[in-house]
Structure formats: structure tokens, C-alpha cells
Design a protein around this ligand. Structure first.
Ligand code: NAD
Length: 245
């Protein structure tokens, strides 16, 4: 479904992002994965290598536009184009507002929103030049109704939805589609780090009766990245077993 395409995936070292990298490769794309540090990028590259999947990776500070620009320029020098950008890196929060410092809040916004802007700004000129492109953002089911703690996380994901819908309108004239996937609770380290008392009652509310697997989410990214979604832009696709309340 992605033969001949070149994709960049942020947060590609584990969880949902790693599965997107795997699935995009299985579907014929060249994929560049980004992570937060050398060790995790190397670990992901080695894991994929042991499965016979070859990718390259970088670890720019996603808060720093100049660092990102250097990576994007290196990818262009190697592959000549970027067809698909997946802004997936993210961190969550679960503390009450009393226990959340303004630094905690800024840290979430910086990665979950500002990094999405920085990556997108660096890639869009190349997509415009080519006359096509796909930008996909990882939102969350909490971008629909919020959550009862960790307010920075849903705030960042509501913003990702606004970014997605607005940029889709701005870039449609350049044949660049912009969509987001809003996963429900998914079986990754992000969820493993949350207290069981929070997760167990949530699972009971999921109509499909289970949490999502990374592949469930990656499949939606594959669809939206592919030409099968050629007339879809500005959409927030829920992939959550209908657990969106
Ligand atoms: P994860 O913790 O397994 O992976 C997070 C990824 O983000 C890693 O690859 C990590 O390297 C990267 N990352 C973290 N901090 C970074 C930083 N400072 N700079 C650069 N990269 C950084 O989490 P996941 O569950 O795979 O989450 C991926 C995305 O899915 C996130 O945007 C998250 O908000 C979203 N999401 C997850 C769930 C879930 O239940 N797991 C639900 C809804 C949305």
C-alpha cells in the first residue's frame, strides 16, 4: 500500500510508533524513525533488524526547530523526498492540577503540540514542492471528552485536533492531506506506567471489551497514509473500541 513512499515517524522507538514503522515497511515504504535518545533509537533499529527490517533513525530534540531541520535535510539528501510524516511522539499525565507544576504542563505541550508544529513546518516545504504529501498526527480518545486528571494531556490532544483540522484546510490546495488517529487505551509502555486502579475500570467501559493493540492503531495509520484515503483530510479517526466517553 505504500510502495515507493518515504515516511518519517516520531516516537518510532516503541509502542504505537514502532508498530507504525514495522507496518509501513511491510507495505513497501522506506521509513526513518525518530526517538528521544541514541540508545532507544539503536535498540529499535536492532529489534527491527533482527526481524529483517532495515530502517535508519535520528534523535533530534523535537523542541528545537534547527535540530529538526538538519534531520529533515539529511532525509531529503538520502531519499530525495518525504511523502508521509507521522507526528506520534507523546507523553501523558495523570496528576491533579494541584500536583501539576507549570513546568510539568509546559513539558507536555512542548512535546505533544510544539513538536508537531516544528516537524510539520520543516517537512511541508518539501511536500509542497512535490505537489503531494500526507501528515498524520497521533491524537487520543481523551481529545473528545477530556479526562479527570492530568489536564495537560487532553489539552494537548484537543490542540492536536485543532491543528489537524486547520492545517488540512490550509494545505488541501497543495494536495497535502492532514489527518489524525485518536487511539483508545492501547497496550504500550504509556499504559503500563499508569496505576492499575485507573486502567481496570476504564477497560470495563470499552464496548469491544479489550484494550487496543499497537497493530490495531497502526492499521489506521496505514489506511490514512495510503491512496485508499485519497479523499480524506481534516479527519480525526477514533480507533478505541467505541470507548470515547
Ligand atoms: P510510548 O510511551 O510507548 O512511546 C512514546 C514514544 O514517544 C517513544 O517512541 C518515545 O521515544 C517518544 N518520546 C517520548 N518522549 C520524547 C521526547 N521528549 N522526545 C522525542 N520523543 C519522545 O507511548 P505510546 O502509547 O506508543 O504513545 C504514542 C502516541 O500515542 C502518543 O502520542 C500518545 O499520546 C498516543 N496515545 C497513546 C495511547 C495509549 O493508550 N497508549 C492512547 C491514546 C493516544
Amino acid at each position: 500500500m505504500l510502495k515507493g513512499k518515504v515516511a518519517i515517524v516520531t516516537g518510532g522507538t516503541r509502542g504505537i510508533g514502532l508498530e507504525i514503522v514495522r507496518l509501513f515497511k511491510e507495505n513497501g515504504a522506506e521509513v526513518v524513525l525518530l526517538g528521544s535518545k541514541l540508545e532507544t533509537v539503536e535498540k529499535a533499529i536492532n529489534t527491527l533488524d533482527s526481524e529483517g527490517i532495515k530502517v535508519i533513525g535520528y534523535y533530534p530534540n523535537l523542541s528545537n526547530y534547527d535540530e529538526i531541520k538538519k534531520v529533515i535535510d539529511a532525509v531529503i539528501a538520502k531519499y530525495g523526498k518525504i511523502d508521509i510524516l507521522v507526528n506520534n511522539a507523546g507523553i501523558s499525565a495523570s496528576k491533579s492540577i494541584d500536583d501539576t507544576s507549570s513546568e510539568d504542563f509546559s513539558k507536555i505541550i512542548d512535546l505533544n503540540l510544539n513538536a508537531v508544529f516544528n516537524m510539520t513546518k520543516a517537512v511541508v516545504p518539501y511536500m509542497k514542492e512535490k505537489g503531494e504529501g500526507v501528515i498524520l498526527n497521533t491524537s487520543s480518545m481523551v481529545s473528545i471528552y477530556g479526562q479527570p486528571s492530568g489536564v495537560g494531556y487532553p489539552a494537548s490532544k484537543f490542540a492536536v485536533n485543532g491543528f489537524t483540522k486547520s492545517l488540512a484546510r490550509e494545505l488541501a490546495q497543495f494536495n497535502i492531506r492532514v489527518n489524525a488517529v485518536a487511539p483508545g487505551i492501547t497496550n504500550t509502555d504509556m499504559v503500563a506506567n499508569l496505576p492499575k486502579e485507573i486502567i481496570a475500570p476504564l477497560i470495563k467501559t470499552i464496548p469491544l471489551g479489550r484494550i487496543g493493540e499497537p497493530r490495531d492503531i497502526a492499521n489506521a495509520f496505514l489506511f490514512l497514509a495510503s491512496d485508499m484515503a485519497s479523499y480524506i483530510t481534516g479527519e480525526i479517526l477514533s480507533v478505541d473500541g467505541c470507548a470515547r466517553s
